[in-house]
Design a protein around this ligand. Sequence first.
Ligand code: KG4
Ligand code: ZN
Length: 336
Amino acid sequence: MKVLGIESSCDETAAAVVEDGRTVLSDVVSSQVEEHKIYGGVVPEIASRRHTEAICGVVQKALADAGCTFTDIDAIAVTYAPGLIGALLVGVNYAKGVALSTGIPLVPVHHLRGHIAANYVCSPELEPPFLALVVSGGHTHLVNVTGYTTFEVLGKTRDDAAGESLDKVARTLGLPYPGGLNLDKIAADGDPNAYRFPHPHVTGSEYDFSFSGLKTFAVNLVHNAEQKGETVDTADLGASYLKAVTDILVGHTISAAKATGAKKIVLAGGVSANSVLRRRMNEECEKRHISLYMPLLRYCGDNAVMIASQGYYEYLNGKRADLTLNAAATMPIEEN
Ligand code: KG4
Ligand code: ZN
């Protein structure tokens, strides 16, 4: 079964054709990063306008690369939540237009479910149940994935997402957008023990996260140094901050694995591309004989392959949308 995936929740316009949820026939991503770079972050209205310009060409290329036309497509999977509302609406409306004109079934896909599904493409043997750490620009979730379309959130961030905090600290250090990626690069030359950060705990909820205080601690450290005419070592501070964030992410995930008896851990989302997180998680999983699954780097960030993959499983589960489908800026991952 061939599913056409469409993704437009943030600053990538993407389309892909995936067969039976696992085999990539095409994968097209048009990134707006260069345009948003001058503003230091994504400007929602610009994102919507660029999606509108790009979407027809991106979908046509995805079909052509897969050697398909719409007549070969069995379902259209589109990201409908969560994300930037104006950006999501472009993909949703485009998909509805195609569904209306071709009669192809329309399947709405939750963006974070899609991030998790990137692992089905990269690891063909992977099947639920497993424990997933979903770390993106807007979300930090520890999820018990009980089935392809059933999710139980064990913990999530109470304030900033991990990616958001990395982006803010990177910006304070003068690094260009996308901050997390550039922080990862410069941290490779830094000493992760040069600066000490507090280890925040969320009272009453063992698996929830809080990155706002940690981020403010780092930003204040930089500003205080500037006020005293001192300089901070960017690589050292970046490496120390990454260590602090990844210690929390890895610590919570391993504790949850112990408590639930999970033998499989899955990383997902843009921050799962982080080299420190991948290395640390790998070390901890090896020690405990837990199998670790991580997407290839190209499938960590936003793409449509992951949407087509999850769309396949949603389709099998009977999920369909009619032409009243709307986008939503927020939506719990458990909601069906
Ligand atoms: O999943 P994603 O592409 O978009 C959202 O759904 O939010 O995640 C984007 C986030 C950004 O915060 C970006 O800085 C971060 O992923 N990111 C990284 C790396 N590559 C992207 N963070 C740390 N290390 C990286 N190598
Ligand atoms: Zn994403």
